[in-house]
Design a protein around this ligand. Structure first.
Ligand code: 7RM
Length: 653
């Protein structure tokens, strides 16, 4: 079993820092404007979660209303039973009768500098054309379509077109290899692949079509490949298989009524790697996903009609599904998207875009924040960032130092920060501040949102007292929950519903502080055990980056005969700092002082970079294998930069 839960409490060592109440000017006009207002919402939702989600669903368009809000037979939920709707209709058609008709839906900037804007009316037309194109290739309700694209508007258009006709999209991140793509196509038995000639990254062209050609050789389910002309690089066209996007849509009709789909109709499959074994195809369905994504986007980001909202995630990640594509469009917002690398052509690219497009909401990952922090304040300092009014983070725990830098240097001490906890599996944000209502504490995702019954429990499922640690679970079904693992319901049950009886187990360890705030300690697999003490890798990392010379760190356990496990820390230094044996000793003492002697790293390894997924998650499994002196085994398809592995292993010789 993956993530086997061990029966032992998690030692709580992390100190609580400062608290930042919502800026009064922000709270005054916020959707949820006070602590009391949030408490009231939460209490009402706790009393009747179904009533709460019912009201949220009613803000959207349904062809036919549902008979029953929730049908729950552990571990299978159906939401809005009997209702029919369409996600693409709710993102587009619903906005065409009012003032949003000619409002910008998407503003896109390419790495070389091109800017393109789509109004809701224009986006609706492009989606309809492409949906008809898909139909002309034989795509019918329920068919799977793989999308392997750069971060261009057409990626979102392809997703919306699938949703429109009831096809199930499976977006595969454009940085993945041909092999990873092939495995995902085969597991989902995709009939069509949508791709582009290439995509821009760091001034070079990523040759996506070549990877598709390679993958399709081993994917007999694929009947056609649609190719967007984007980067303009030479590619091979395979007669009978390949279709240019522009030719396909040129002969399509712009009239494509949205299919009336059952609320539980499959919407997408998104693959996420487990700690062992092959990637899991997480399945999401229509009505419940749409409802929770719409509600959270509106309330967590406190969205306004006039906002320009930027979520930096790629569509290949769940954040790119829920909060780059669907969430903003469901709310009729203006979403900005950027195709290229964050530091191209220079380290101020992001800040220049924020200033030029007057971005007001900015949502990114801690890894990006730490990268920018490491580059220094001069780059954001060159640009006017006063359009910003709200900042967000997602993907991993943010260390308080980076949080404070983000608030000061990017947010000008003016913007609230929402630290949002959720997973591919949860579909939408579950634990987060509401920016006008919740005092933030740097490093904590704060409280479960109204209608979400998340808690920290022991192995028996008993809620732990305030001030203690345990396992993060969700006790009741929520609308945007995963419905199963594609093709493997047994694994779904074993992975999520068998470890703590009757509850959804997230795989994360967490602790509740005296105010009931939740602090995510990281994946349970990432917890180490030194002489019987449970230590969170994250708190040791957080201590290390508190040192003036350290840019980033990743801590893993390596087998130790005496102590069970020993703490091994991989450390990258800030620019201009050089590794030395003295610095190793200094860092070891620094951790001992910050947390306790028990956490003192047995080993420090300096490195130029850490192995990460594109969404910024450090692949600790790989580091564990390296620390133990063994070879790297298992799935590495989600690794962003393969060169790092060889380098990390070499460094020790
Ligand atoms: C959205 C996403 C999920 C895992 C999750 C956590 C970690 C995500 C936070 C976080 C601390 C956060 N989906 N995680 N957000 N940890 N604070 N705000 O990331 O499926 O790719 O990953 O990411 O461990 O279980 S994901």
């Amino acid at each position: 079993m993956e993530n086997a839960v061990k029966e032992r409490s998690i030692d709580v060592l992390l100190r609580e820092g400062a608290s930042f109440p919502p800026p009064p000017a922000f709270a005054k006009t916020a959707r949820v404007p006070s602590k009391a207002a949030r408490a009231k919402l939460t209490a009402a939702a706790a009393k009747s979660p179904e009533k709460f989600w019912d009201a949220a669903a009613r803000e959207l368009f349904w062809f036919k209303p549902w008979r029953k809000t929730l049908q729950w037979k552990v571990p299978h939920a159906k939401w809005f039973v009997g209702g029919t709707t369409n996600l693409s209709y709710n993102c587009l058609d619903r906005h065409l009768d009012g003032p949003r008709r000619n409002k910008a839906a998407l503003i896109w900037e390419g790495e070389p500098g091109e800017v393109r804007t789509y109004t809701y009316l224009q986006l609706h037309r492009e989606v309809s054309l492409f949906a008809n194109g898909l139909k002309s290739l034989g795509v019918a309700k329920g068919d799977r379509v793989a999308i392997y694209m750069p971060l261009v508007p057409e990626a979102v258009i392809a997703m919306l077109a699938c949703a429109r006709v009831g096809a199930v999209h499976g977006v595969v991140f454009g940085g993945f290899s041909a092999e990873a793509l092939r495995d995902r196509i085969n597991d989902s038995q995709a009939k069509i692949v949508v791709t582009s000639d290439g995509g821009w990254r760091k001034g070079a062209i990523l040759r996506l079509k070549d990877a598709v050609d390679e993958a399709v050789k081993g994917s007999p389910s694929v009947k056609a490949v649609v190719v967007l002309k984007h980067a303009g690089n030479e590619i091979t066209i395979n007669e009978g298989m390949d279709h240019w996007w522009h030719r396909l849509t040129a002969k399509s009709s712009p009239v494509c009524p949205a299919e009336k789909l059952d609320s539980e109709h499959p919407l997408f499959i998104l693959y996420t790697s487990g700690s062992t074994g092959k990637p899991k195809g997480i399945l999401h369905t229509t009505g419940g996903y749409m409802t929770q994504v719409a509600w959270t986007t509106k309330n967590v980001f406190d969205l306004r009609e006039e906002d320009v909202y930027w979520c930096t995630a790629d569509v290949g990640w769940v954040t790119g599904h829920s909060y780059l594509s669907y969430g903003p469009l469901l709310n009729g917002a203006t979403a900005f998207m950027y195709e290229g690398a964050p530091l191209t052509p220079g380290p101020d690219r992001f800040w220049s875009m924020i200033a030029r497009h007057k971005i007001s909401i900015f949502y990114t990952a801690p890894t990006a924040i730490r990268t920018f922090m490491r580059l220094g304040d001069s780059h954001p300092g060159k640009h006017d960032l006063t359009s910003l009014r709200l900042l967000g983070t997602v993907g991993e725990p943010i260390n308080p130092e980076a949080w404070k830098w983000y608030r000061r240097t990017i947010g000008g001490e003016r913007c609230p920060i929402v630290d949002t906890w959720w997973q591919t599996e949860t579909g939408a944000i579950m634990i987060s501040p509401l920016p006008g209502a919740t005092a933030a504490k740097p490093g904590s995702a704060t409280l479960p949102l109204p209608g979400v019954d998340a808690d920290v429990v022991d192995m028996q499922g008993k809620s732990v007292p305030l001030g203690s640690g345990g396992y993060l679970v969700v006790k009741r079904p929520w609308p945007s929950m995963l419905r199963t693992i594609w093709g493997d319901d047994e694994r779904y049950k074993a992975q999520y519903w068998s470890q703590i009886p009757g509850m959804y187990f997230t795989g994360d360890g967490a602790r509740k502080d005296k105010d009931g705030y939740i602090w995510i300690l990281g994946r349970i697999d990432d917890v180490l055990n030194v002489s019987g003490h449970r230590l969170s890798t994250m708190e040791i990392e957080s201590a290390l980056v508190g040192h003036a010379y350290v840019a980033e760190s990743a801590v893993v356990g390596r087998p130790d005969e005496i102590h069970g496990q020993a703490v091994c820390a991989f450390v990258t230094l800030k620019g201009g700092r050089t590794p030395s044996p003295e610095l190793k000793d200094e860092l070891r003492e620094f951790v001992a002082k910050a947390i306790g002697a028990i956490a003192r790293p047995a080993e420090i390894r300096f490195t130029d970079s850490l192995p990460k997924t594109r969404s910024g998650k450090i692949m600790r499994r790989l580091l564990r294998e390296i620390a133990a002196g063994g070879a790297v085994k298992g799935d590495v398809t989600t690794l962003e930069d393969f060169g790092i592995l060889a380098k990390l292993q070499q460094d020790e010789e």
